[in-house]
Design a protein around this ligand. Structure first.
Ligand SMILES: Nc1ncnc2c1ncn2[C@@H]1O[C@H](COP(=O)(O)OP(=O)(O)OP(=O)(O)O)[C@@H](O)[C@H]1O
Length: 189
């Protein structure tokens, strides 16, 4: 490897998978990374929580610690894209501020906002089968996660498997229309 003093500047693409817990985001991300020709980084929000040490957090400080983790995650994704890296973001827009924060940080031309949908009964079934998510978590998130109502591309994991969803997203990329969902959301905000 040569140590470069500079590389050509460019902006990375952010494929933003948004859906409830158990909707299938990570499974789609895994397929996408396999399918896409260029290098991409899968950055799931879960990975950022997993990086935190297990030092005890006083209950009254827990919300602040979590909030800082989410804010840091958004800025880490923005930083990777600003350095020219392509990112598959795997996140849950279960609070309104999260979308507003991302809208303020990402270049809206470079975001492909993907709605990852799944019917409530199938979400419940997956939660039961996985056993590592609190029952009813996805149902509680469902309404807020898709409340903004605007996407570049959407998939339903109740009917399509992860590879089919990933192909749909991959095939959307070469001729994606403008304004992007992020541009529309920013303009309407
Ligand atoms: N399209 C699909 N069809 C059927 N089962 C699926 C599909 N996608 C994912 N699953 C299953 O649903 C469960 C959750 O999938 P996955 O981890 O990809 O979801 P997630 O949205 O990333 O969840 P979380 O946010 O809770 O981490 C897994 O057991 C997975 O095998």
């Amino acid at each position: 490897m040569r140590h470069l003093t500079e590389v050509p500047p460019r902006r990375g693409l952010i494929i933003f998978l948004n859906g409830t817990s158990s909707s299938g985001k990570s499974s789609i991300a895994t397929e996408l990374l396999r399918m896409l020709d260029e290098p991409y980084f899968h950055m799931p929000v879960d990975a950022f929580h997993a990086m935190r040490s297990h030092a005890p957090v006083p209950p009254q400080e827990l919300d602040t610690v979590l909030h800082r983790t989410w804010q840091g995650y958004h800025r880490a994704v923005a930083g990777m894209a600003a350095a020219g890296n392509n990112v598959v973001m795997d996140h849950i827009l279960s609070a309104e501020w999260r979308l507003r924060d991302c809208l303020s940080l990402f270049d809206p031309r470079d975001v492909v906002l993907v709605g990852v949908h799944c019917p409530p009964d199938e979400l419940e079934r997956r939660e039961r089968e996985r056993g590592n998510r609190p029952p009813g978590l996805a149902a509680r998130q469902l309404r807020q996660v898709h409340a903004h109502g605007v996407y570049d591309v959407e998939c339903d994991t109740g009917v399509a498997d992860p590879a089919e969803c990933a192909r749909l997203i991959r095939d959307f990329l070469p001729s994606r229309p403008t304004p992007t969902a992020f541009q529309r959301l920013r303009d309407s905000g």
